[in-house]
Design a protein. Structure first.
Length: 118
């Protein structure tokens, strides 16, 4: 500080102070940008979660409707009608449950196979 005037010392302090203020502003802008990206990711995740929830709800509703129609057919005594047997066969095969698919074959229930020997 020796050899410097008071004005030059103050100017040096002010310049250093302005540099630090600019760093703080720059860091604040970066934090704001990061916060905006996090908010956008949060909104995306919420909408994705909502879409999954509604999709699962539709699948559950469809499954409940299917089970309801099977129960209704069972209660009305249509369990061994050819239409019900074919529907049960298609359902088993569509689920890739091959053992049940073979066991519920419409031809088996409609007399195409000889009765099993006991």
């Amino acid at each position: 500080m020796e050899g410097q005037t008071r004005d030059s010392v103050y100017d040096g302090f002010l310049n250093e102070f302005e540099k630090r203020i600019q760093k703080v502003v720059s860091i604040g802008a970066s934090l704001g940008s990061i916060q905006k990206r996090l908010d956008m990711a949060d909104d995306f995740n919420k909408s994705l979660s909502d879409a999954n929830t509604s999709g699962i709800g539709r699948l559950v509703d469809a499954d409940m409707e299917e089970e309801s129609s099977k129960l209704s057919a069972f209660q009305t005594g249509e369990t061994e009608s050819p239409r019900f047997i074919r529907a049960r066969y298609r359902l088993a095969c569509s689920r890739n449950d091959w053992i049940i698919c073979l066991e519920t074959s419409p031809a088996k229930h409609m007399g195409a196979y000889p009765p099993p020997r006991l």
